[in-house]
Design a protein around this ligand. Structure first.
Ligand code: ZN
Length: 398
């Protein structure tokens, strides 16, 4: 079978090999005059090994069985993608047919192609822009629940209308205070924030080798107004990111500042034993200042493990030492898109886990964080396997 879509389409030249060429010798009445003459030997396709962990991937599909969204797991140092699950998928035999539960089929490879507002999961990167502009992690901002701008009828609200009081960097991540970031971008200016977001790969496809990857954005053209800058600082408005972009940027926080080269192919070996070059994204440095990283790790750790943390109620096991950030983006029709992005363990993080669930009634901490908790529980051998769903996206290959 020829690979038509997704990763199979991209790997087709590796998988297919080169057909041989033979010439038959027959007499005038069609009788064979002996074995065919081999003009060119056929070359079998390469033996391709993916980085995807089949058990983890199956579990991720189970967790997404009734929702629309993505789960991505990436190795923080190597950039190897271990889970790449998107839902809804499609039936490879009938790509346009509705799913058994009535939902329309989707051929979007969501983790790579669905660029959406990331909401508060971008806050650590905006915080780094603030640090580079001279804002100390210890400096406190007062959150009274909202910020007013001249010319705007409605105030820009925090997620807690009564306000968070005095907030430093670590606490701003623990409780996801918007006002801290509004005031940060008012101080640093939009262009510094946009530069920082681009430094962490936002606005550029990761280059992981999957076809049709979205670039997403922060859009700096035309220059954002003050109000648009405030929205950008909390990952809304002119900010779009794919789950894979979020995973790569969080990997840089996890490993100390290297944006790893994301890849889904572990190795490809030809039948004659030669190694094929496998596609991988670029490995780049984002140079995170150590003092800023320490405060961010503390904030992300508290968001998951400390009282008042936005992901605390999801109940991540303390021994996993998970650091993470929730995000909630309200849709015009009244529902929300929920995010969780994190990594563990806090000391020498191995895995980055990103969950995005669309069109739900609830916050990132209520919807996406519990999915991440269940994913990590399975990865850590602390949860039974979920029953496999009826359909898996893109059949055998992700
Ligand atoms: Zn606040």
């Amino acid at each position: 079978m020829e690979g038509k879509s997704g990763l199979e389409g991209r790997l087709e030249p590796l998988l297919a090999g080169t057909p041989g060429l033979e010439r038959d010798h027959r007499d005038a009445r069609g009788r064979s005059l002996g074995p065919p003459e081999v003009l060119r030997e056929s070359i079998p396709g390469a033996d391709v090994t993916l980085t995807i962990d089949a058990e983890w991937q199956r579990h991720a599909y189970g967790l997404l069985a009734t929702s629309s969204g993505s789960i991505v797991v990436v190795e923080a140092d190597s950039g190897a993608i271990r889970v790449l699950a998107g839902s809804p998928g499609f039936d490879p035999d009938r790509p346009a047919a509705p799913l058994p539960d009535g939902r329309p089929a989707s051929q979007l490879n969501r983790p790579a192609r669905a660029a959406m507002p990331p909401g508060s999961v971008v806050k650590p990167f905006v915080a780094i822009a603030g640090y580079r502009a001279g804002v100390s992690p210890e400096a406190k901002t007062h959150c009274g629940g909202s910020v007013r701008l001249a010319g705007w009828l409605r105030p820009f609200h925090c997620n807690v209308r009564s306000g968070h009081g005095d907030v430093d960097l670590a606490r701003s991540l623990q409780v996801s205070c918007n006002v801290y970031y509004f005031q940060l971008v008012q101080r640093t200016g939009a262009s510094r924030m946009l530069d920082e977001l681009r430094r962490f790969g936002f606005g550029t496809p990761t280059g992981c080798g999957l076809p049709g990857e979205a670039a997403g954005q922060p859009s700096g053209e035309p220059e954002p107004s003050e109000g648009e800058s405030l929205n950008l600082s909390i990952g809304q408005g002119r900010m779009l990111a794919t789950p894979l972009q979020i995973a790569r940027a969080y990997a840089a926080i996890a490993n100390g500042g290297t944006l790893p080269g994301l890849h889904v192919v572990e190795s490809a070996v030809r039948a004659d034993g030669t190694q094929e070059r496998v596609p991988s994204g670029p490995r780049e440095t984002a140079a995170i200042p150590a003092e800023a990283r320490a405060a961010i790790l503390e904030g992300l750790y508290r968001a998951v493990n400390a009282s008042g943390g936005t992901a605390r109620k999801a109940g991540f096991a303390p021994e996993w030492r998970v650091c993470g950030k929730t995000g909630t983006v309200e849709n015009p029709q009244g529902t929300s898109d929920a995010w969780f992005a994190g990594f563990y363990p806090r000391e020498n993080p191995r895995y980055v886990v990103v969950v995005q669930v669309e069109d739900v009634d609830g916050h990132g901490g209520e919807i996406a964080a519990p999915v991440a908790r269940d994913m990590i529980a399975f990865m850590e051998g602390a949860a039974p396997a979920t029953p496999p769903p009826a359909l898996q996206e893109a059949a055998a290959l992700p």
